[in-house]
Design a protein around this ligand. Structure first.
Ligand code: ATP
Length: 367
């Protein structure tokens, strides 16, 4: 177990910077998930922690020790890759024991260790097989097992579940959460999957173009994103955003007018807002419902509906909005025509300045 400290970490490939000075303190035993769009530097950051990439500048500490100059084997980290990276000619047992053997451990020492980990991962019956005779999920368990036997201080996972089918992903996700509860190791995990990030992380780090946009618990990021980028990145389907102008500021309530003049009231700390300011209203698809009274209405032309079984997704063309407006409606929702009027509660709305920074929501956790 160990804390990981990243101070002004920079990484350049052939003079081109991929990481622009990352500062991050990861606590001992914490589960931290890196998310961000493709190419933002998630894997590069993970690989620098593993020691698979040198850093160009900055300082990195693991368990209080500077590791900048240490090779991967001396850092006390183990990495699980998306591709599993198992040795095809070795049995599962040999794959799992390989690192221990390299480190000079004798067979009678490492055999009980491998057996124990195989039992935890329920792969004891596969120890004699070669990787080609395993399913994707079984291979991933072996890759995790190979990391586990090393008893690393820090586990690094680079999209470990993305090659698995949907049901296996869920199963392995629950297993990784269980492993973290039991082992209490520091874990750092890269993923594209919203659900993995939200369910596994103690804290999520949102990266964009080699910089950190926000760090927080999944619930903090969902309810109080610092800016439009984070707001759009956390939550699926993503938050709808509508251009508006501030029309009234009262204690705890900001009223804005959408482009078609519709008034929208939000329980927001007005901060530096002034009447007449151009702003952006945010509303998540899951917070919309069929309009019942006059407040906070959104009118749109229905473009498509999708019946998902547990919900109905409604896609609307809303005046003044370039993207399609998305609403998650109840399973048996039926639209009554080509037009739909939806509504949301004042405390469910978000508000952003023209530069994308967020106003503070006053009741972000209210239901
Ligand atoms: P993805 O989600 O697509 O895996 P990512 O966020 O993990 O993306 P990285 O793989 O870290 O992104 O890549 C970040 C940037 O660094 C990309 O522009 C990539 O092309 C560049 N990069 C990564 N590795 C190298 C390399 N060895 N040489 C040159 N450029 C690289």
């Amino acid at each position: 177990m160990a804390a990981v400290s990243l101070r002004q970490i920079k990484k350049a490939f052939s003079g081109f910077y991929t990481l622009h000075g990352i500062d991050l303190e990861i606590a001992d035993g914490e589960f931290v998930v890196f998310v961000g769009p493709s190419g933002c530097g998630k894997s590069t950051l993970l690989r620098t922690i593993a020691g698979l990439e040198d850093i160009t500048d900055g300082e990195m500490q693991i368990d209080g020790i500077r590791v900048n100059e240490l090779p991967p084997v001396k850092r006390g980290v183990s990495m699980v890759f998306q591709s599993y990276a198992l040795y095809p000619h070795m049995s599962v047992f040999e794959n799992m024991a390989f690192g221990l053997k390299l480190a000079g451990m004798k067979k009678d020492e490492y055999t009980p260790l491998v057996d124990k980990v195989a039992k935890v991962l329920q792969i004891e019956h596969l120890l004699g097989r070669q990787p080609k005779a395993l399913s994707g999920g079984q291979r991933q368990r072996v890759a995790i097992g190979r990391a586990l036997v090393q008893k690393p201080k820090v586990f690094l996972f680079d999209e470990p579940l993305s090659n698995l089918d949907a049901s296996l992903r869920v199963q392995m996700r629950i297993e990784i959460a269980r492993l973290h509860r039991e082992l209490k190791n520091t874990m750092i995990y890269v993923t594209h999957d919203q659900t993995e990030a939200m369910t596994l992380a103690d804290r999520i780090v949102v990266l964009r173009a080699g910089k950190i946009e926000q760090v927080g618990t999944p619930i903090e990021l969902y309810h109080q994103p610092d800016n439009l980028f984070v707001a759009g990145f956390i939550g699926s389907p993503k938050m709808n955003t509508l251009a508006a102008t501030v029309s009234r500021i009262e204690d705890g309530v900001v009223t804005v007018a959408l482009k078609d003049g519709t008034p929208i009231s939000l329980t927001i700390d007005a901060g530096d807002a002034q009447v007449g300011d151009e702003v952006v209203v945010g509303v998540r698809p899951e917070h919309l419902f069929r309009a019942e009274n006059g407040v906070n209405q959104i009118k749109g032309q229905i473009l498509a509906t999708e019946q998902l079984g547990e919900a109905t997704m409604l896609y609307l063309d809303v005046a003044g909005m370039s993207d399609t407006f998305v609403a998650r409606m109840p399973a048996l929702f039926k639209s009554s025509g080509e037009q739909q009027i939806l509504q949301f509660k004042a405390e469910h709305g978000y508000l952003f300045r023209a530069d994308g920074t967020a106003f503070r929501r006053l009741f972000p956790l209210a239901e």
